[in-house]
Design a binder for this molecule. Structure first.
Ligand SMILES: [Zn+2]
Length: 293
């Protein structure tokens, strides 16, 4: 009996040791497999990252050809009360521009600066909002909505009128520039009609205003907004030599990059009587055609 009992004990101990061994081996195998599965996921994740890298580098490539239809709206004053001004049509209501910004924002339009035209193939619903002359209205009545709706606008300032009665001063212009949402460009020195000037006068109007933007605002102005929409081949030629890449007309409606040159950019006159429906009907024409190969 004693002998049997000691043998039985030995077997029990051996059985426990074997069981412990099997259990620890099983844990090791499970752990090993999980690590491998984890590695597989890691490999997959890295591959996805590489794919993303390839896709983003492809975006840096330029397409073979592209053209765009860009509604570019032209504003001057923006205020509720026309104050008996002789051209009230040039004064868009503040409440109306709020509605326009709201519409653009809700419908995912992409407000661009004129200088963004060089990369227009990167957009699919571009529009542009341009404000001529540098009126104080832009700072007091438009800039709050620019910030609220995160909408880019462009301003064209007349060097000799900056800081005079009714116009933005340098501090206000700098504040708007610093928001990153307002592009400030040249509308010449004195706002005279360029077609009526001598070559030298045209040169001075374009060059002195460009230098002013550089010296005071650190802006490299490449857009010239022709005063009263006055330009001809000679004006364009001088403008290009001074370093402008884009010229803004005052008419022409919707801008088609396939039909009009960058030095004769067409614009839509945003008037006081323009209804939201009319504003929308122009915006809806926005389109970019891109050919990659
Ligand atoms: Zn003007």
């Amino acid at each position: 009996m004693i002998k049997f009992s000691s043998i039985k004990k030995k077997y029990i101990i051996l059985f426990i040791i074997t069981l412990l061994f099997i259990v620890s081996i099983s844990f090791f195998i499970i752990e090993y497999n999980e690590t491998n599965v984890g590695n597989i996921y890691k490999i997959k994740e890295n591959n996805d990252k590489n794919i993303n890298k390839i896709e983003s580098s492809q975006l840096d490539l330029k397409p073979v050809s592209y053209n765009a239809v860009i509604p570019i709206y032209m504003y001057h004053w923006v205020r509720e009360d026309t104050g008996g001004y002789e051209y009230p049509e040039m004064m868009v209501k503040t409440s109306e521009i709020k509605k326009q910004f709201e519409y653009l924002s809700k419908n995912s339009y992409q407000p661009i600066f004129i200088t963004d035209i060089k990369d227009i193939y990167k957009y699919n619903k571009p529009i542009a909002l341009t404000f001529d002359d540098g009126w104080i209205d832009v700072y007091t009545n438009v800039f709050p909505y620019v910030k609220e709706y995160n909408i880019k606008i462009s301003m064209y300032i007349i060097k000799n009128l900056v800081g005079t009665s009714g116009y933005c001063n340098e501090e206000q212009l700098k504040e708007m520039r610093d928001s990153g949402l307002v592009d400030i460009q040249s509308h010449t020195v004195t706002h005279r009609e360029l077609e009526s000037l001598s070559d030298e006068e045209i040169y001075n109007e374009l060059k002195i205003s460009k230098d002013y933007l550089k010296d005071v605002f650190n802006i490299n102005s490449t857009v010239i907004c022709y005063p009263s929409g006055s330009f001809n081949d000679k004006v364009i030629d001088i403008a290009k030599k001074v370093g402008y890449n884009y010229g803004l007309a005052m008419d022409g409606g919707i801008h088609y990059t396939s039909k009009m040159s960058d030095m004769q950019i067409a614009r839509i006159f945003a008037t006081r009587s323009m209804s939201l429906n009319t504003f929308v009907s122009y915006a809806e024409k926005s389109n970019v055609n891109v050919k990659w190969e």
